[in-house]
Design a protein around this ligand. Structure first.
Ligand code: ATP
Ligand code: MG
Length: 567
């Protein structure tokens, strides 16, 4: 491809809103452009890298017998109402009406669509197991679209769905998908980990996320320093026994604590350690008010709370709700004599405490010398807090450490969540109608692209791994006005193209410095420069990633390139 004829608008400056490297570099190098918040165009070289990732995904899917299809992006609301997700998916689901006022969702995911198709078309156990996938644009009205392609409102996803006769069969498909995902991300050159995850709004139980290790990741992975254990921090159980304090419980006292709002403020004001205070947070769990109590130095984990109640929706209560139900604002909440409309649950660590402080459910007041069991009761103790670095690993081996990760893929065992609600059944080998067992498997294709750039860049630009690069060779003719340079570069271009090599040819009438800088920014793995020594038939080859460079005779170039890409 001749660069003089291509739309590759490069920028010298970083776009003002681009906080992370992948966002900055993909924009600056002319791969993507933002249309509106979280909505991007892929320019020609951007489309090419996307296609490279897609091709890897397709190969790995077809290898395990999953076949490609394409479903509509417009999904009738009736389907989402069958599963209840018209409500539970919340405001992330983009909704529109047609001219007759009928409601549609812009496809955020396709469990409903595929299940409605399979329930009509698949009748017998002989047709199972069945796996299909698509690569398609998804729409989600994210609360905080940001970081360029990492969290968009319109993005490219590969979504696969499996239908099985039994849970054993699902386990097999899941294993195959897991392997295929590992292959995809390995072939993309990524340093990643598969971690145990929460199934969220999708229903089902067993699920893993594929996390690319990166400082800019929004997820935190809790992993063992000695074993293979790794989980999303949301999910990691705290397996810890707490020894009961041997202090003698004292008489509870009410203390005036004007303007002391945070846990830290109150602890300093009362002169005790953070962990001698109780943190009380008011949640709305479905329609019920629940107050969680954790130790002052611990953080409540809302995913654990949601799972504890097997709830559909969970949210923080507003401060106005707290005032109405409990009688005080956020800084003064506590479990002592709390309204009967509020259920109190506490983390296991709380049970071991004696003589601690907590809010008095009265503005500007706290209780001190509070002892659980004596001064307040809880409906239950449970594992409610986030795991922390240094906690024992849940598998019993080693201690927990944290790393940040970008979730690029997600595999779920859905079980019967969708098939039951949507009545997707098949006749088993006894002729009996049986509910299908499902799985769903997503890869964020556009997010993966950004994750690759996060791991492959230096101070000059992108350093694409060979499998993903938009081109294999970036051919530069430094001064196309010089006849010998233009001739040699043209000849090399033709030779390489005829041999099937993907070449980007910088034939522009630009200064050499501009060409080198752009080339480094684009990140094509091999650069071939035709310059001063063109008259001798000698060119320079430079590896983008290692910066190694060599002079080559014109005749050696094709061999060099093909061998380089073979190894
Ligand atoms: P997240 O926790 O990051 O919001 P999710 O759990 O909502 O992700 P899934 O519903 O599992 O994501 O979607 C499958 C894959 O699609 C994810 O693993 C991720 O790679 C990608 N993805 C999800 N949301 C976005 C988004 N807003 N922008 C880009 N990719 C996304
Ligand atoms: Mg999400």
């Amino acid at each position: 491809m001749k660069q003089s004829q291509m739309l590759i608008p490069t920028l010298k400056e970083n776009p003002a809103d681009a906080e992370i490297m992948s966002h900055q570099l993909l924009v600056r190098a002319g791969y993507i452009r933002q249309l509106a918040s979280g909505i991007y165009s892929f320019l020609p070289i951007g489309r090419r890298v996307l296609s490279k990732v897609e091709a890897i995904v397709r190969e790995e899917m077809e290898k395990i017998g999953a076949h490609e299809m394409l479903m509509p992006a417009l999904e009738p609301s009736e389907l989402w109402k069958e599963t209840g997700r018209w409500t539970t998916f919340g405001s992330e689901l983009m909704r529109i009406n047609d001219r007759h006022g009928r409601e549609f969702a812009l496809g955020a995911t396709h469990e409903e669509v595929i299940t409605s198709m399979v329930r009509n078309e698949v009748k017998s156990y002989k047709q199972l197991p069945l796996s299909v996938y698509q690569i398609q644009t998804k729409f989600r009205d994210e609360a905080r679209p940001r970081f360029g392609l990492l969290r968009g409102r319109e993005f490219l996803m590969k979504d696969a769905y499996s239908f099985n006769e039994s849970y054993e069969s699902l386990d097999q498909t899941y294993e195959q998908m897991f392997e295929a995902y590992s292959n995809v991300f390995r072939r993309c050159g990524l340093n990643f980990r598969a971690v145990i995850a929460d199934s969220g709004a999708m229903g089902g139980k067993d699920t893993h996320e594929f996390m690319v290790l990166s400082e800019v990741g929004e997820d935190v992975i809790a992993y063992s320093d000695t074993s293979r254990y790794a989980a999303n921090i949301e999910m990691a159980p705290v397996n810890r026994t707490y020894t009961k304090s041997d202090e003698t419980p004292l008489e509870m006292e009410k203390v005036h604590t004007p303007d002391q709002k945070t846990m830290r403020d109150v602890a300093d004001f009362l002169g005790h350690e953070l962990q001698k205070g109780l943190k009380s947070i008011l949640f709305k769990v479905d329609e019920k008010f629940v107050m969680t109590i954790t130790r002052g130095d611990h953080e409540v984990n809302d995913v654990k709370l949601k799972n504890l109640y097997d709830a559909e929706l969970i949210d923080l209560a507003s401060e106005a709700e707290a005032r109405e139900v409990v009688g005080a604002g956020f800084g003064s909440l506590g479990p002592v004599d709390v309204s009967e409309d509020v259920e109190v649950v506490a983390d296991f660590a709380v049970e071991a405490l004696v003589n601690v402080s907590c809010g008095a459910n009265e503005e500007g007041y706290h209780f001190t010398n509070v002892t659980p069991g004596k001064d307040f009761q809880v409906s239950q103790y449970a594992d409610l807090r986030f795991i922390e670095e240094g906690d024992p690993s849940p598998d019993g081996e080693g201690k927990i450490k944290f790393a940040r990760g970008i979730e690029v893929g997600h595999v779920f065992k859905l079980g019967e969540f969708y098939s039951e609600r949507m009545k997707a059944t098949f006749l088993n080998d006894q002729g009996k109608a049986t509910t299908m067992i499902m799985g769903s498997y997503g890869i964020g294709v556009s997010r993966t692209l950004a994750a690759i750039v996060e791991q492959y860049h230096d101070e000059r630009g992108i350093t694409w791994p060979a499998n993903i690069a938009p081109y294999q060779v970036h051919l530069l003719s430094l001064n196309p006005k010089k006849e010998d340079q233009k001739e040699l570069a043209d000849a090399l271009y033709n030779t390489l193209i005829e041999a099937g090599v993907e070449v980007l040819y910088d034939d522009r009438k630009e200064r050499a410095g501009v060409k080198f800088a752009d080339s480094d920014l684009f990140g094509v793995p091999l650069r071939i420069t035709v310059g001063k020594r063109a008259s001798e038939g000698v060119v320079e080859v430079k590896e983008r990633m290692s910066s190694n460079q060599y002079d080559l005779e014109q005749e050696e170039v094709l061999n060099y390139v093909t061998n380089w890409y073979k190894s």
